[in-house]
Design a protein around this ligand. Structure first.
Ligand SMILES: C[S@@+](CC[C@H](N)C(=O)[O-])C[C@H]1O[C@@H](n2cnc3c(N)ncnc32)[C@H](O)[C@@H]1O
Length: 216
């Protein structure tokens, strides 16, 4: 085996979160992922103009979307109060359109905490942190249950690239497995919209992510 790809986080430690958020500031390829997600959200037909982000973190994607369109209300789910503090600062003057909802995505009842039914559920670089394929499958099933017909799920997350010789942490799974889990959750035609920062030979924990899209 060539090596291990994974990362440890202390998302409840304010000092760790502050430093981590500074290092995680979006790079051009990461902004490309935000652009892809925004373009999908802007397509006509979203049944409800309310977006839920799973793992809002420092609020980088939230700010990116909110400052480019006034079409949606926005709800950020996270289990870290320290992250909510940073997200409030990032989102700043646009916080009036945002609800922050404290929930653990490993808790089977997390969708009951949502303020209103979403037309889209989105996420970037968060679900791999749930630590297992089963936890991702459970979240996909919960999203299917929470969305109305025509609602969309868009997950941009770190993956295990095909053809790798490296061992990846259990939450980083292949695109093929993501698509199978989305189908098993009830989504009809899941697809991978893009592979970003692909690096097979010399991967780091910060590259190899995909944009997965599914409609209910
Ligand atoms: C990489 S950050 C998300 C970055 C965000 N998409 C952005 O654009 O700024 C991942 C977030 O997922 C959250 N998270 C990880 N595990 C979680 C869980 N079990 N329940 C809820 N939130 C979780 C972390 O607290 C962290 O804020």
């Amino acid at each position: 085996m060539a090596g291990f790809i994974g990362a440890e986080h202390q998302f409840h430690d304010p000092e760790f979160v502050r430093d981590w958020a500074l290092r995680f500031a979006p790079t051009p390829p990461r902004l490309e992922l935000f652009g892809l997600i925004l373009a999908k959200l802007a397509e006509p037909g979203l049944p409800v103009p309310h977006i839920v982000e799973l793992g809002i973190g420092p609020g980088y994607m939230a700010r990116h979307i909110l400052e480019r369109t006034e079409a949606f209300s926005y709800e950020g789910v996270d289990f870290s109060d320290a992250m909510f503090g940073i997200a409030r600062k990032t989102i700043g003057d646009l916080m009036g359109r945002v609800t922050l909802t404290s929930a653990d995505l490993l808790d089977p009842g997390w969708t009951e905490r949502l303020s209103t039914q979403p037309g889209a559920i989105i996420s970037t670089w968060a679900l791999h942190d749930l630590g297992s394929e089963q936890a991702i499958a459970n979240v996909y099933a919960a999203c299917h249950g929470a969305l109305p017909d025509g609602g969309v799920l868009i997950n941009g997350d770190f993956i295990k690239p095909d053809g790798t010789a490296f061992e990846y942490e259990p939450g980083r799974i292949s695109v093929g497995r993501h698509l199978e889990l989305l189908k098993a959750a009830g989504f009809e035609h899941p697809e991978c919209l893009a592979l970003l920062e692909t690096n097979i030979e010399e991967p780091t924990p910060a590259n190899n992510y995909a944009c997965l899209f599914a409609t209910r």
